[in-house]
Design a protein around this ligand. Structure first.
Ligand code: NAP
Ligand code: ZN
Ligand code: ZN
Length: 346
């Protein structure tokens, strides 16, 4: 299947157009026309090797929404014409206890990432969603309600699930006090989910101009983190705080904001090691946790939750020729709140 997309040809290089062949359908595969692909900050971290060595050429994109065009001989999950979504991984070992539990993101043999990794044959570089067509094993794709705007639904596949999963895992519900650090692609999904789950939500942002948006998304309060005095007023209040920033920030002031038994969950991945003041954990039995996207089972649950609560990402739709500029704007925190590429422009 001759496919058009954009690749990063070498570390830190600009993205350029690229044409290649997607694989022929295997029995359990589905093929789809991509409608929209979101731009996640992880695309940028990996293209710039901020997490270690990457594979090039790299075709990023792991927030992919499309319409099914063909199904393999043994594929039963999707019909031609149906909406489909693919997120951060496209395969896994399928045998370990986590895969069997639908927690493929924690596969002990390692998930197959949608890009910047090898497929399970160990030799083919996986190419992601910055492209006009996609082929995936049906087990690693989810259904997307027709009622959701497809551009706004694309970021649910990574930004959405990455915030939904920890909020569920740490039992956020009515009465919970939740803090979200960073109102970016991930953060603005976290605010909507925590609000829909009934929590009291505070946004901690280094962009004072985002306050009105934060409140419109469902935040009950907003703290401009450039003022340490403002942060101190929130000490010992929160049950769960999620750090969704892409930058190397000092987490210690946020540990102090946790109540007894509160948890600071790291989802933002600057790639820089963090230093923690140990007494801040001890003195209120606080925990530091981490969470990585979500498995296929939870991804479908989140998609259905979004359809029920009419939750999507706030997006700025761009054409393929604007990707490089959009990456720069993302790094500068100048995005409201996710760039999504119109795949018809590839
Ligand atoms: P994004 O849209 O660029 O948002 C990041 C936000 O971080 C910015 O909007 C900004 O929010 C804040 N920020 C940026 N620079 C900052 C600085 N110097 N000081 C303080 N705050 C700063 O990024 P994203 O796509 O949401 O991704 C966020 C992070 O999560 C990235 O590191 C990404 O790789 C990672 N990630 C992890 C997972 C996972 O599975 N755990 C999944 C996807 C992404 P304010 O302007 O509101 O301060
Ligand atoms: Zn992502
Ligand atoms: Zn596994």
């Amino acid at each position: 299947m001759t496919t058009r997309g954009y690749v990063v040809p070498a570390a830190s290089a600009e993205l350029i157009p690229h044409t290649f062949e997607r694989r022929a359908l295997r029995p359990h595969d589905v093929a789809f026309d991509v409608l929209f692909a979101g731009i996640c900050h992880s695309d940028i971290h990996q293209a710039r090797q901020e997490w270690g060595p990457s594979l090039f050429p790299m075709m990023p994109g792991h927030e992919i929404i499309g319409v099914v065009t063909a199904v393999g001989s043994d594929a039963t999950k999707f019909r031609v014409g149906e909406r489909i979504g693919v997120g951060v991984f496209v395969d896994s070992c399928r045998e370990c206890e986590y895969c069997r539990d639908g927690l493929e993101q924690y596969c002990t043999a390692g998930m197959t990432p949608t890009y910047n990794g090898y497929e399970r044959d160990g030799t083919t570089i996986a190419f992601g969603g910055y492209s006009n067509q996609f082929v995936v094993d049906e087990a690693y794709a989810v259904h997307v309600a027709e009622s959701l705007d497809p551009a706004g639904a694309a970021p649910l596949l990574c930004a959405g699930i990455t915030l939904y999963s920890p909020l569920r895992h740490w039992n956020v519900g009515p009465g919970s006090r939740v803090g979200i650090i960073g109102l970016g692609g991930l953060g603005h999904m976290g605010v909507q989910f925590a609000h829909a789950m009934g929590a009291h939500v505070t946004v901690f942002s280094h962009s004072a101009s985002k306050e009105a948006d934060a409140r419109a998304l469902g935040a009950d309060s907003f703290v401009d983190t450039s003022s340490r005095a403002a942060l101190r007023q929130h000490e010992q209040r929160y049950d769960v705080i999620v750090n969704s920033t892409s930058a190397d920030i000092d987490l210690n002031p946020y540990l102090k904001l946790l109540a007894l038994d509160g948890t600071l969950v790291i989802v933002g991945l600057s790639g820089v090691p963090v230093k923690i003041q140990q007494h801040l954990l001890l003195e209120a039995r606080r925990s530091l946790g981490g969470s990585q996207i979500g498995g296929t089972k939870e991804l479908q649950e989140m998609m259905d939750f979004c359809a029920t609560h009419n939750i999507t990402s706030q997006v700025e739709v761009i054409g393929a020729e604007q990707i490089n500029e959009a990456w720069e704007r993302t790094v500068a925190s100048d995005v409201k709140y996710r760039f999504v590429i119109d795949a018809s422009t590839f």
